[in-house]
Every structure is written in structure tokens, then in C-alpha cells.
Unconditional design. Sequence first.
Length: 328
Amino acid sequence: MSFSNFVQRLRVSRDFDPRYTWYFMNCGAMKDQVRVLSSTTTGLQNLSGSLIREIQIPSPPLDEQRRIAGFLDAETTQIDLLAHQRARQRELLAELALSMIDDSISRVQDFSMVRLGYLAFVQTGVTVDGSRQHDDDVVSLPYLRVANVQAGHVNLDDVAQITVPRRTAAAFRLRTGDVLMTEGGDLDKLGRGTVWHGEIEDCLHQNHVFAVRPDIDVLTPDYLALLSRAPMARRYFESTGNKTTNLASTSSSKIRDFRIPIADRRAQCEIVKEVDARLRSISQFEERISQQLAILAERRRALITGAVTGQIDVTTARGFSSPGCSAP
């Protein structure tokens, strides 16, 4: 096995146990030193071999290092097992959500499969080009990226700004009721959608996010967004997506070609209401599991830091405490 120049190899001396050293490299005390020693170049954090040599590591006797490593092996294995079980529960909840959506849609009577392009206008987004020359009539506005568009909701924690000509802004402005659908990323996320409710005024969208504007007389935005999460949509976009080594993508033409089951507006609203109520219950369980995973991760970090820095006696494990360490 070889490695690139962006990886540093540490060959541990005979005075140190490799497992103990590895645990120290993953503890909070190590990360604190890294933040101090690392240098910033072109916006990236870099840690050279010469700086790594300056890192201070506690050096208890070799037998004590092995005791610490053995203690952490046992304790972190238990924590990792719990975390794996909780993560699996979250996966099962996601599968249950898809099943609920599929069941609700399959119960619709007298529906026909219609090409989405007949029922909605698909608006492409603005292309980000830092080298583009602008005239004086420009405006800086917020715009949505793929990271902002999640399944069933919009994440507005980090919204970027873009400067474009006013005529460009007019062409790519979002409207309330648009269904945002993603163009690229992981294969299972192609075409995932959510409704834009006008959360930000005068907001644009990137070219990797499509704004699908349905004819509300025949297709409600909430129903379309729900369909984008259904197994039928996942199968369609995963089978038609363009796949590369690490990424996949879809296109506006493939979104227009997506066949959807169309019922009358009343049936669409009833399906959305039913599924939303059930999905809220699932979301509550998912939130609790996420909280438990965060507690387990915090306990793991605190346990490693406490053991390798001597804050706890691993022979008795006395004196150890960390926020939220009660069993989940």
C-alpha cells in the first residue's frame, strides 16, 4: 500500500504503543494542538511533517499505555455497537417513511400516469462563474445550492450570495410554490424535492437545482414534492441518472420525462395530509435517535481524552464524567 503526499505516516517508536498513540491522535487534546500548529494557505488548513513533530504526547510507561489502549478498545467497542444499532434504527425509519409514501400513493383510484413536462415548467438555475464580466446594472441576491435542498425541507443555515445582472436575476428568481429538485450529488439524492414557500425574498437558485413550477389546477406542489421522495421516483432517477466515479446527475429533460400518477386535486391533498401526519411521527423518532448518537459520540470523545491524558484511572474508571453520558 502506498499513500499520497497529502497523507502523513507516523511510525511509532518502541517506547510507544501504536494503539495508545492512535487514540491520542483522535482525542480533544490532540485536536487542540493541531488547531494551534496548523497554518492557513489559500483557505485550507495544512499540517506539515515538521509541525507534527512538535505535537506533545503524554508518555506514561509502556505497560500503562497498553492498559489504556485495552481499556479504550473495550469501552469504545461497546459505544460503537450502540451507535451502530441506533444508526440502523434510523435507516429502518427512513425505509418505513418510503413505504408509507408508496402505500398512500398506491391506494389512489382512477389515476393516470402523466409525463411531468405536460404538467409543470422546469426552470434551470443560474450558473456560478466568478470570472464572468458584469455591466453596471447588477444585483447581489441569495441563491440556493444543492446542499440547501433536502428531502422534505430546505436547509437555510448557510445561504450563499451571488452577483448577477438584473435581467439574469429576473429569469432565475424563485416563486412561492416552486418544487426544488436537485440535479446532482449522490445517486440516491437525484431529483429529491421540497416545496419553496418563499422563505427568503428575491432568492435565486443554482444551475444544479431545478425549480419545477406545476400547473396548480391539476398538480399541487406538495403532492409533487411527496412523489419525488416515493420509491417510484427513486427508482426512476437512479436508473436514468448519469453516473461517474463519485457523483451522479440528472437533467431537466429527464425531470420532464418523469411519469407521475395524477389523481384529482382533492385526492392529492388527502394523500399529502395523511402522509405528513405519519412522517411527523417518524421525524420525532429520528430526532431522538440523532440526539442519542450525539451523546454517544460525545461520550466516546471524552472517554478517549480522559484516558490518554490521565484524567481518569483506567484500572477503576473512576473520576470520569462528560456531558450527557447517561445511558441512552
